[in-house]
Ligand binder design. Structure first.
Ligand SMILES: Cc1cc2nc3c(=O)[nH]c(=O)nc-3n(C[C@H](O)[C@H](O)[C@H](O)COP(=O)(O)OP(=O)(O)OC[C@H]3O[C@@H](n4cnc5c(N)ncnc54)[C@H](O)[C@@H]3O)c2cc1C
Length: 399
């Protein structure tokens, strides 16, 4: 039966361009359809941490240079409690497995560059992308190209990498998926500012509300401030934002700077099960979203892409379909593990400063203290930060 390509990848975010590179470098052809233009996709700022496991995955495909190369190595994590600093050596406690600070837009730009240099097919401005016949042998994907011309691609697999609001998950018949949504009841105001990077990634527990500061290059930082129910932080004057940061971080000398980006993040979690339907496989945020606590969203997307690439290569090259059959289960185990970690982490750093709930506050402080006192508790935390094993199986040997 004729087909235009083996895999149609919908979406060119971290999940889609990781998958496209892994497939292409394993000799499987694919076409990536992206709704937006290249400038938009390469400029979208969100995540900033690539964990050690994700870096290893890129290394397996000769792409380690995309996540290394000059970006500062994440070392200690500082958790400041009411202005008192405590440091945790995450990479050391995880047996020498550091994570790296790699802004998402930089990673995506580099992955797109690598894929196109390899001769990959990526179509920007693809509108009205619609998957069809997902439960047949020969799925199709229709779309309108940048000139408005209707196009159709036939394929063996469709990879839904189009994020939480994309078309892929919605194209699965109602009733075939079970979904779980959770509102953590926590809101963050996040600003990007021309302010020197902190010495270490910094989280601050404070009775005035949680705050955090992470490097975004040597001269820029991303700050996070918890806001309370009923507040609208978009109305905060910048001077108030800086005052709150100084108060919560316990740092009167924190220099103010131009604020170049502002966003409100309401902490939500979502999981769709299973992550496949017929020939459609959901990857990354299309299947699950997670709070930024623990910095796992982008890393989950990369791990899903890896497992799917591996499963497709095994099926196409060796006729072994077990990876495809087990794809959803393998991804979901990891997803739920990280959802639990992210919830645990969020509860700890927010409740430890919340004077309105004294008992819960003391529990959260005890939990936090254990991280620094108990090497076993510290190592368990560090293991999750570094990224857990993706799968015990091996990549099929190249022919
Ligand atoms: C403020 C914020 C901070 C975050 N911080 C972190 C962090 O520190 N660490 C971390 O790991 N994660 C973080 N995340 C989460 C992380 O950004 C996501 O998990 C990650 O972007 C998921 O990648 P993805 O490729 O699955 O989806 P997306 O990044 O959403 O990419 C989907 C792509 O599909 C395209 N698309 C959508 N619909 C269609 C369609 N119909 N047809 C074709 N293309 C389509 C989109 O244009 C987009 O390019 C953060 C998220 C936010 C919002």
């Amino acid at each position: 039966m004729s087909r235009d390509t083996t895999v149609v990848v919908i979406g060119a975010g971290p999940a889609g361009v990781s998958l496209a590179n892994f497939l292409r470098r394993s000799g499987v052809d694919c076409v990536v359809l992206e709704a937006r233009d290249r400038e938009y996709v390469e400029g979208r700022q969100r995540a900033g941490v690539i964990d050690h496991r994700a870096e290893q995955i890129f290394g397996e495909f000769g792409l380690a240079g995309l996540v290394g190369g000059g970006a500062p190595l994440e070392t200690f994590l500082e958790i400041r409690v009411e202005g008192v600093p405590r440091l945790i050596d995450g990479p050391g406690l995880a047996g020498g497995r550091p994570s790296r600070l790699v802004p998402q837009q930089l990673l995506v730009r580099r992955l797109i560059g690598a894929y196109l240099e390899d001769g990959g097919d990526l179509r920007f401005d693809a509108r009205d992308v619609t998957p069809h016949d997902l439960d047949g042998d020969r799925p199709r994907v229709t779309y309108r190209d940048a000139d408005g011309v209707e196009r159709e691609l036939t394929c063996s697999y469709v990879a839904g990498c189009d994020g939480f609001h994309g078309v892929s998950r919605r194209s699965i018949p109602e009733g075939a998926l079970t979904t779980y949504s959770f509102d953590h009841g926590i809101g963050w105001y996040t600003v990007l500012a021309d302010s020197p990077a902190p010495r270490y990634p910094l989280m601050a527990v404070s009775r005035h509300g949680f705050a955090a500061q992470f490097a975004r290059g040597p001269h820029a930082s991303r700050f996070y401030l918890q806001y309370r129910a009923g507040e609208d932080p978009r109305r905060w004057p910048d001077e108030f934002t800086w005052e709150q940061l100084r108060l919560r971080l316990g740092d009167d000398g924190l220099p103010g700077g131009a604020i170049t980006g502002r966003e409100v993040v309401d902490m939500r979690s979502f999981v769709a099960e299973p992550m496949s339907y017929g020939k459609m496989f959901l990857v990354g945020d299309a299947a699950h979203i997670i709070t930024p606590m623990g910095a796992k969203g982008m890393n989950l997307a990369v791990a899903d892409a890896y497992l799917l690439a591996r499963a497709i290569v095994a099926a196409e090259r060796d006729g072994d379909r077990s990876g495809l059959a087990g794809y959803s289960e393998a991804c979901l185990r990891r997803t739920w593990d990280y959802q639990e970690f992210s919830r645990w982490y969020a509860e700890m750093v927010h409740e430890a400063g919340d004077e309105s709930e004294p008992f819960r506050r003391r529990l959260a402080l005890a939990r936090l203290d254990r991280l620094f006192r108990s090497p076993t508790a510290g190592a368990a935390f560090a293991d999750l930060m570094a990224g857990t094993e993706v799968s015990p199986g091996r990549w099929p040997a190249p022919r």
